[in-house]
Design a protein around this ligand. Sequence first.
Ligand code: XUL
Ligand code: CO
Length: 439
Amino acid sequence: MEIFENVPKIRYEGAESKNPLAFKFYDADRVVLGKKMSEHLPFAMAWWHNLCAEGTDMFGRGTANKSFGAKPGTMEHAKAKVDAGFEFMQKLGVKYFCFHDVDLVPEADDIKETNKRLDEISDYILEKMKNTDIKCLWGTANMFSNPRFMNGAGSTNSADVYCFAAAQIKKALDITVKLGGKGYVFWGGREGYETLLNTDVAFEQDNIARLMHMAVDYGRSIGFKGDFYIEPKPKEPMKHQYDFDASTAIGFLRKYGLEKDFKMNIEANHATLAGHTFEHELRISAINGMLGSIDANQGDYLLGWDTDEFPFDVYSATMCMYEVLKAGGLTGGFNFDAKCRRPSNTHEDMFEAYILGMDTFALGLINAAKIIEDGRIDDFKKNRYSSFESGIGKDIVDGKATLEALAAYADKLGAPKNPESGKQERLEAVVNQILFGAK
Ligand code: XUL
Ligand code: CO
């Protein structure tokens, strides 16, 4: 049975098209820098926003109907969401999905019953997957919504809750492996604190690391070959979250010897909440060999919280794709961790939102490839450090210098000349020329 009857298969119609249900820029088979767009951009659907969230906010009920013809809270509804999700992905040509355990089935009072439901729904999803080329990008356990996690999961003060979190991770890993997921995410929404007055930070961080080590050991023991991811976020819902940003999370992973099994899942809106640009977080991850996957969305600079909007900002997508291309691509994908605005409450809006996001990233890819082919930005950056390519600069880079030798060199020099201009405005103008100039 077709659920989205009014929506046809979404096709590429080109930049001139006025059809809201067509791609203007995302042309799956178009080759950019030697690879198809669809390979550069492995898009994923976020189960939670797309199939579960109805637009509830702090002040009002949902506005969208996500019942898909079944009674919410039942296994029939869980299956209807699978049907809707697969039809949705197939119509858009989205090849991956991401899920939390509790996105898939209604959580029961008893974890044994929840797990039984997860077995049933994952059988149903597997069956669907067999007839399509749709795959699982990553799975995760929701260890933040249930009140039992109010003091954290890995960072909780309750050993019983800690064990419950372990049980949820174990099952979420089972399901991720069963569905062939490429990754497993830890987003620490409740792993943090409200006040230091009641918090033993060192103990809590040690405990989070213990849980992650157990997850890695178990995952590997059941044949999980993919990457574990930390998804950094500085705040919301907790006032201070331990995985503040990529640098903090990478430092944590190294401290606890987890860096070989983990990479970063960078979310654009989390980057801006941390006071960074999206591309900053991508660069920091990439230079540490930890750029894994992306949660593709955007925030609102006028609001101080995680608005999870669909990507619309072409500059940001361009800078993102520049980082991704420079890093040689992602091992993960681009998960639209994004939701329609509350008044965009129709099923067509769900499609149009994904079309917007996919077209924005297609434009980002096209633009980033042009910037790289043009070469001026990369050349400028490289030449900017040319004083380290010979003489004393090369000695420094080659590790041949001592502080005394450099001080002697500086003594002879007197005062160094000021370095050359950083030319930011010229480089920004070059980017604009590449984006909007003659073809
Ligand atoms: C919350 C968030 C999560 C993670 C997965 O801000 O981004 O949905 O992506 O738990
Ligand atoms: Co996310």
